[in-house]
Design a protein around this ligand. Structure first.
Ligand SMILES: [Zn+2]
Length: 387
């Protein structure tokens, strides 16, 4: 019982310390990725739809506000016209009263004008006509007073409409800024869609292919199913094939700076080819890329790990200290294909390629303190590649 819980603890520790997705990928993990990208795509599409709806609403409001601004402007104009007309009317009334009074004053002193101006036949008639003059000027004064009040109230209305117009313009500006922001969000979200769709279709294609060839969810791709093709003689990439049909990882190199000497616990597990940084590195045989990255090495060496099906047996080739990669995980490669470039990353003092090979696929990476012995069944690379 005690032993069992310790084992579970150790397994958990291993899972936490070495996330499995870095290395071998199972069909289940492919399906998880597929679902992840499907959900991501759905989320993005929903977000885009929501933002588009928001944009539509803002644009509708902008149109409404535009109409309000136009209405306000024409109302201001209409009031302007009315004020002008009223002022003219006031002037007219003023003139009219002036004329009437002038006539009255003239007629008051000169009978001849009295007759002429008012056409009065006698004094009674004249008094009657004078009272009309009075009534007329009083009437004009009343109208003028009313007109002046109207002008005053129209000017006040105009002032408040101008203030309203300023407010509407400010609101309009804010809504335009909001529309621009929402449009920006939509554009950036739409920019992400092609990549998500690309990832999704990659995983859809992989999952349906692996299912079609009968892979089980727990199968590790490239190891338990969909194994790489069998290596059968022949070289490639311009290198001379070795006894087993494997080719040299470099078309040429200066010298072997460190040879293979491994006793299972210490020594040097591979061949160090001294050659300039940037020189293309070739796959030693056809196979499938198993790992690409620098996360596996405690010194951060960039490496590519390829699994080969050698006459029905799976073997590893590992290329370390690379300066760059030319392949990605799960990619099928042919013998001699460029998989990366010579570098000096990780625990290295100069440009060189460290080639390591195994007689079987096996992992030792959970052995405490032995991070650098993650490939089991190490063998001298010269057992495969030509000297
Ligand atoms: Zn080395």
């Amino acid at each position: 019982m005690m032993k069992k819980s310790i084992n579970i603890f150790v397994i958990l520790l291993i899972i936490i310390a070495f996330p499995k997705k870095v290395f071998a990928t199972t069909l289940q993990e492919y399906e998880d990725q597929l679902n992840k990208y499907q959900n991501e795509l759905n989320d993005k599409n929903n977000q885009i739809a929501t933002s588009k709806k928001e944009l539509e609403e803002v644009q509708k409001k902008i149109t409404e506000t535009e109409k309000q601004i136009k209405d306000t402007e024409s109302e201001i104009e209409r009031l302007e016209e009315e004020i002008k007309k009223n002022n003219e009317e006031i002037e007219n009334k003023k003139e009219e009263s002036k004329r009437i009074i002038e006539n009255y004053q003239i007629s008051n002193g000169e009978n001849i004008y009295l007759e002429y101006a008012f056409g009065a036949t006698d004094i009674t008639d004249m008094i009657y006509r004078l009272s009309i003059v009075e009534q007329l000027t009083e009437y004009n004064d009343k109208i003028m007073k009313e007109l002046k009040e109207l002008v005053k109230s129209n000017k006040e209305k105009q002032k408040s409409l101008e203030a309203k117009k300023v407010e509407l313009n400010k609101l309009q500006e804010e809504m335009r800024a909001q529309a621009k922001k929402v449009q920006g969000n939509i554009t950036s979200m739409e920019g992400l869609v092609p990549n998500i769709k690309g990832q999704l279709s990659y995983y859809q294609e992989r999952v349906s292919y692996y299912k079609r060839i009968g892979c089980k969810p727990t199968d590790t791709i490239g190891i338990d199913c969909d194994k790489p093709k069998i290596v059968s003689g022949g070289g490639g990439g311009g290198s001379i094939a070795g006894a087993n049909g494997f080719v040299s990882p470099l078309n040429s190199y200066r010298y072997i700076s460190t040879g293979y000497y491994w006793n299972g616990g210490s020594g040097h597990k591979g061949l160090d080819y001294a050659e300039g940084c940037g020189t293309p590195v070739h796959a030693v045989a056809a196979g499938r890329v198993y790992y690409v990255g620098s996360g596996k090495d405690i010194y951060g060496a960039k490496m590519v790990l390829i699994v080969h099906n050698y006459n029905g047996r799976l073997v590893f080739s590992q290329y370390a200290h690379l300066s760059g990669y030319a392949v990605s995980t799960n990619q099928d490669v042919y013998a001699g294909q460029v998989i990366g470039y010579v570098g000096s990353t990780g625990w290295s003092t100069g440009c060189h390629l460290h080639l390591e090979m195994s007689n079987d696929v096996g992992w030792d990476y959970n052995r405490p303190g032995n991070y650098w012995t993650y490939v089991k069944y190490i063998t001298n690379p010269y057992n495969y590649v030509p000297r």
